[in-house]
Structure formats: structure tokens, C-alpha cells
Design a protein around this ligand. Structure first.
Ligand code: ATP
Length: 446
């Protein structure tokens, strides 16, 4: 299975590791390694650029992970943010919809607890074949205690969005923005998922990239259409095959309590079409709720239209770890080259951990000195890797696996004519390029 091989590559080459493997790990938590963190940072950078830097009316913030619990009362998370849990007679626990979809092969979107229970009563536990009991509700927020003796219960934020809503007026009053405008944020979110799975796909601690766009409620539906297109194109422009992406609109029964309309960006994983981003018309729900509970005026006075209103919110909420997985899954390829298997990660150059790798053919005769000089020049401009050990063929293969777009080899001819070999990851074609022109050549091709 290609996905399993990808996960194997990720562990082998330092993309990510289960956390605390030394102690047997901890389900749903991962640590990114040296290659992974570079790719992760590049995805963040591209997302931030496409929203905050490329749109003069979108500002960035960085909210705190623990905030006043009243925020989660107002948002509905304390009362509503739960999954249906089902236990078998021997105590094996499952997310009810997941076990139904897997065992009964039935779609669960929009089904209520009674309908779910009817199906659960007819299936057996996949682990021990015993019967299931009654479905119960399980809140997904992690709580902890604040201050001496942990007197006050607080929560690790289950989404980044609320930190944006509570800062709506702060940003409005401290910038030159006027509605319509957006606020963007990248940060950690925490959910006590019943069954974390598929590596980075369902984690208990994960990263979200969210942008909340505040508009006149009359413009909400038009704005949703705009962001739906823009967000889909973001993935396509960064190299994801169009055929592996689709937009799926939620049926009325499926809609969350706050949503007027919801569209998922889905990716075709080996384990099925799955959500990687949600694009929602949240109407005026969020600001109205915060206005009600905080008793502070969150209305906006629109000077041009000469009216006061609570802005509606269009949100684009992407999982960074899921995006990471998608960029890798779509880039991963295995091919036969001269009878041997080649694993290559055809990741977009903007996302690749290293843009170029520099190799001296041998570590002597001045080739290493020349190579280090070239490395310094390139590394001043983009993340470059230097490797002087092992055969050139093996060095190429290592770079193919982590998706480095170009490799440069300094050999004995370099000493004669000041040229180097540039090898292209995707075509494997090699070209001699003058040392003086190498920076230009790589910059242009990236
Ligand atoms: P799902 O139905 O898969 O649980 P969701 O609808 O609860 O997702 P949202 O609350 O809309 O997800 O969160 C926005 C995005 O955050 C999702 O599209 C996904 O990319 C990411 N995300 C949500 N939960 C997780 C998780 N447990 N692990 C990793 N990413 C997640």
C-alpha cells in the first residue's frame, strides 16, 4: 500500500515520529523531525503569504491556547462539542459513527443518536466480536486546572477560531481595517479524539490554519463562493492533482449548530475521500453569542452604508498536519529506473525542505573546498544541504526521497572548466552549468 510506504518513509527519513517512542508513545501525538519541520514551516509560509501578505484587508494574530472559559460557553463548545462514544461488553471504545461506517458500511452524516443506536445494536465489536452497549456523548475538550490547587477549570482550545472572534474589536480598533476584512491565525488546537488514527490525519494535538472573514450579512453567500474557489486553488497551485480534490457541501442535517452553510475541501486518500479543510458561512452566530455573554457591543458601524450591524463570518479552517499529509501523499511516487526501485517525492519546490543539495565527488583534491564555497553562496539564498559521504548515486537517492528539486555535483572537470553538474529531481536529467551562473540557474528554475 502506497500510504503505508509513505508513512514508513516519513519515519525513516525524519519527517515525523510518534511522540515519546522511548516510552511506548502516546496515541494521537506526534513530533516533527528535521525534514518534516522544514516542510511544515514552508506550508505555513505559503498559507500566510497567500492570505495575510497578498490581501491588504487580512491581518494576522497569534492567540493564546488557554483563555477565559466563558469563551467556550459562548461558542457552545462546553455544551455541544462532543462525539458519540460506544463501548462493547469488554470495554473497547469507539467513535460511534466511525465503527458504523467501517463495520455496517453505512453513511452516518446527519444521523441522530436514536438512528445510530439502531445500527450499533446490529453490529459486533471488531476487536472481540461482543455486543455494544448504549451510545453516550463525550466532550472532546481537554481541561486543566488554573492556579493553586487547580481551582478554576480551563480548557486547551479545541479550535483557533474563537481567539479570532474575541479579538474582532481589538483588531478593528487598532488597524485601519473596515468591514469586509479578515483575521488569520496559525496555531495549535487540542481535541480528546476517541480514536486517533491514520498518523497525522486524526491527532489529539494538531495545528490549524484559520482565516475568519467579517462581512455585511448580505454579502455572506457571495463571499463564501469566493473563498471556496480561492482555497481550492491554493492546494492546486502548490501541486496537488486536481482530480484528487473535491468540494462537498454539507446536507442540512449535517450542519453544525453555528453553520448556515458548510463546504468541505476533501482529498482522495487511500483510506477514502476525507475532509482537509472546512469553509463555512457561520452567519452572525459567533459575534452575537460573544456579545450576549460578554455584554459588550460587538456591532459594527458601516459609515458608507450608514448602518450598524453584527458582521457575518465566512471561515476557512484548514488542518496544517492534514495539509502536510496531503502534500506528501500526492507527491510520493515509486518508479523503476534501470531495474531498480526509485522513491521520489515530487513535492512543489516552494514546499521542499531543501531546494538544492551540493556534493563534492570526493572529499579531497580541493573538490570539497570548491563545493563548500558553492554551498555558502546558495545557502545564503535558499535552504541548501551539503553532503560529502557515500556514492553519488546513493546521495541522489536520499535527496529524491526527501524531495530536493536539484542536486549539484562538483567533480574533476569542475577544476578544469569551472562548471558543475546540475541534476533535476523529476526528469533525472543532468546539465553542466557554469559556477558563476549557478545561483541564477537554480533561482530561475525554482
Ligand atoms: P473531522 O470531521 O475530520 O473530525 P471537523 O469537521 O471536526 O473534522 P473542523 O472542526 O472543521 O474539523 O476543523 C477544521 C480542520 O481542522 C479540519 O478540516 C481538519 O483539517 C483539521 N482537524 C480537525 N480535527 C483534527 C484532528 N483531530 N487532527 C488533525 N487535524 C484535524
Amino acid at each position: 500500500m502506497k500510504y503505508e510506504q509513505l508513512i514508513d518513509l516519513c519515519k525513516r527519513r525524519g519527517f515525523f515520529y510518534p511522540t515519546a517512542e522511548l516510552y511506548g508513545g502516546l496515541a494521537g501525538f506526534y513530533d516533527y523531525g528535521p525534514i518534516g519541520v522544514e516542510i511544515l514551516n514552508n506550508i505555513k509560509k505559503e498559507w500566510w503569504k497567500s492570505l495575510v501578505h497578498d490581501n491588504t484587508n487580512i491581518e494576522g494574530i497569534n492567540g493564546s491556547i488557554i483563555t477565559n472559559s466563558k469563551v467556550w460557553d459562548a461558542s457552545g463548545h462546553v455544551s455541544e462539542f462532543s462525539d458519540y462514544l460506544v463501548k462493547c461488553c469488554k470495554g473497547h471504545e469507539f467513535k460511534a459513527d466511525q465503527v458504523i461506517e467501517e463495520i455496517a458500511k453505512k453513511k452516518t452524516e446527519g444521523l441522530g443518536v436514536k438512528e445510530l443506536q439502531k445500527i450499533v445494536d446490529k453490529i459486533m465489536c471488531p476487536k472481540c466480536k461482543s455486543k455494544f452497549g448504549k451510545i453516550s456523548k463525550f466532550n472532546l475538550m481537554f481541561s486543566t486546572g488554573l492556579g493553586p490547587e487547580n481551582k478554576e477549570t480551563v480548557y486547551l482550545r479545541p479550535e483557533t477560531a474563537q481567539l479570532i472572534y474575541i479579538n474582532f474589536k481589538n483588531v478593528l480598533n487598532t488597524t485601519r481595517q473596515r468591514v469586509p476584512f479578515g483575521i488569520a491565525q496559525i496555531g495549535k488546537a487540542f481535541r480528546n479524539e476517541i480514536s486517533p488514527r491514520n498518523a497525522l490525519f486524526r491527532m489529539r494535538e494538531f495545528l490549524q490554519m484559520e482565516m475568519q472573514y467579517f462581512v455585511d450579512p448580505k454579502e455572506a453567500s457571495k463571499t463564501l463562493d469566493r473563498w471556496k474557489k480561492e482555497r481550492l486553488n491554493w492546494y492546486i497551485n502548490l501541486g496537488i492533482n486536481k482530480a484528487h480534490l473535491r468540494l462537498r457541501e454539507h446536507k442540512n442535517k449535517e450542519l453544525a449548530h453555528y453553520a448556515k452553510k458548510a463546504i468541505d475541501v476533501e482529498y482522495k486518500f487511500e483510506f477514502g475521500w476525507k475532509e482537509i479543510e472546512g469553509i463555512h458561512n457561520r452567519g452572525t452566530y459567533d459575534l452575537s453569542q460573544h456579545e450576549k455573554l460578554s455584554k459588550k457591543d460587538l456591532k459594527y458601524f458601516d459609515e458608507e452604508k450608514n448602518k450598524k450591524y453584527i458582521p457575518a463570518i465566512i471561515e476557512t479552517s484548514a488542518g496544517l498536519d492534514r495539509a502536510f499529509l496531503v502534500f506528501l501523499a500526492d507527491a510520493y511516487a515509486e518508479e523503476k529506473v534501470k531495474g531498480e526501485k526509485r522513491v521520489v517525492l515530487r513535492i512543489h519546490p516552494k514546499l521542499a525542505a531543501y531546494k538544492v543539495a551540493v556534493f563534492p565527488l570526493v572529499r579531497k583534491d580541493g573538490l570539497d573546498k570548491k563545493a563548500k564555497k558553492i554551498f555558502d553562496t546558495l545557502n545564503n539564498n535558499f535552504n541548501t544541504l551539503y553532503d560529502e559521504r557515500g556514492s553519488i548515486g546513493r546521495r541522489y537517492r536520499r535527496q529524491d526521497e526527501i524531495g530536493t528539486p536539484y542536486c549539484i555535483t562538483i567533480d574533476y572537470d569542475t577544476k578544469k572548466d569551472n562548471t558543475v553538474t546540475v541534476r533535476d529531481r523529476d526528469s533525472m536529467k543532468q546539465k553542466r552549468v557554469k559556477i558563476d551562473e549557478i545561483l541564477d540557474y537554480i533561482s530561475k528554475n525554482l
